[in-house]
Design a protein around this ligand. Structure first.
Ligand code: AVI
Length: 325
């Protein structure tokens, strides 16, 4: 009984592969050095991220889940029967709250998870199929950009693109702009976009969430170097770097860096790249922007994604915004 109708690997059919590594070269040869956050997510990194989501200090996951648990039924009522397209579906844990709500309304369940990791996509899709007998799944393996261009017409009355976990915060303002245009372009008039965003709050709460006492976030950050070693025949020594995360109040963003402890040289053989590091020099690995509900709604509106309703938790730590094109 195979109901995972399609698992399409979009990367295989695109020209994305030959450019692999050019983003690493570009980031590591500029000053200050940077690395793209997608390199966090090798198999080990994906497991560490799941661990982060369970940490007492990392409030976003459970806060967003609580909002969804409370309001998923209202969301289902507002959209009616619709195909759920989830960007960065990962383990699809929070998606279950939406599926439960649509099932409770006796709406047909059609789910299109999109993720760059085929492994996690397939295992979570199969688990969902086992748990929701009427569910239909069409998985897309690839980047958001590719996947959004490849959505096939839905047989249901409408469609909702779902982007949870405040992953939007990992985009800089320009990338955010481009992303909203891609969402707008992928939706027909009247279709929906559900967005989860982490909100601005007291600095100590934010800094604790990215400097957990068990050191999982530090391990997640340092694992990026192990991933680069694996991918590009590198000799990064993780003992030579330390995790550094802080809240930049001017830009309203957490910044994660890897700080070099002693001057040394690193080689990435497969990229023919030699890198000199000075003591104290940093590589920025991630920004995690924190939003205010007014500002983000204005941006969505300008981009043709009309906010219909906003839900938040009692402490206003996290926001869920339902928009309509
Ligand atoms: C995936 N993303 C929304 C997480 C965040 O909070 O920006 C990644 C993360 N980095 C450190 N902890 C979690």
């Amino acid at each position: 009984r195979l109901k995972l109708q399609y698992l399409v690997n979009l990367c295989a059919a695109s020209d994305a592969e030959p450019q692999v590594g050019s983003d690493v070269i570009q980031g590591l040869t500029q000053t200050p050095k940077t690395l793209p956050p997608q390199y966090f997510y090798d198999d080990r990194g994906s497991v560490l991220f799941e661990e982060i989501c369970e940490l007492p200090e990392y409030y976003p996951t459970r806060t967003e889940a609580a909002i969804l648990r409370q309001y998923a039924s209202e969301i289902a009522r507002m959209t009616g029967a619709c195909e759920l397209v989830e960007l960065g579906s990962g383990s699809s844990t929070k998606t279950r709250l939406l599926l439960d709500a649509y099932a409770a309304h006796a709406y047909p369940l059609q789910y299109v998870p999109i993720d760059v990791s085929a492994g996690i996509l397939e295992s979570s899709a199969r688990q969902l199929l086992a748990d929701y007998p009427s569910l239909q799944v069409q998985g897309l393996v690839g980047t958001y950009e590719l996947a959004l261009q490849q959505l096939t017409p839905t047989l249901l009355p409408t469609r909702m693109i779902v982007f949870l976990g405040s992953t939007l915060g990992n985009f800089n303002p320009q990338e955010c702009d481009v992303f909203f245009s891609q969402i707008q372009g992928a939706l027909k008039v009247g279709e929906y976009f559900l967005l989860g965003v982490d909100l601005q709050k007291a600095k100590p709460l934010l800094e604790d969430a990215y400097n957990d006492s068990q050191g999982v976030t530090a391990e997640f950050n340092l694992n990026m170097l192990e991933h680069l070693n694996q991918r590009f025949a590198g000799n990064f020594d993780t003992q030579q770097f330390e995790h550094w995360a802080f809240y930049n109040e001017q830009l309203n963003q957490i910044e994660m860096h890897l700080r070099c402890l002693e001057a040394h040289t690193v080689r990435l053989e497969a990229l023919d790249l030699t890198l000199n590091f000075a003591a104290g020099e940093t590589i920025m690995t991630e920004i995690s922007r924190k939003f205010d509900l007014e500002g983000i709604q204005q941006e969505l509106q300008v981009k043709g994604l009309k906010p219909l309703k906003v839900w938040t938790d009692s402490q206003q730590w996290f926001g869920l915004i339902l928009c309509q094109r």
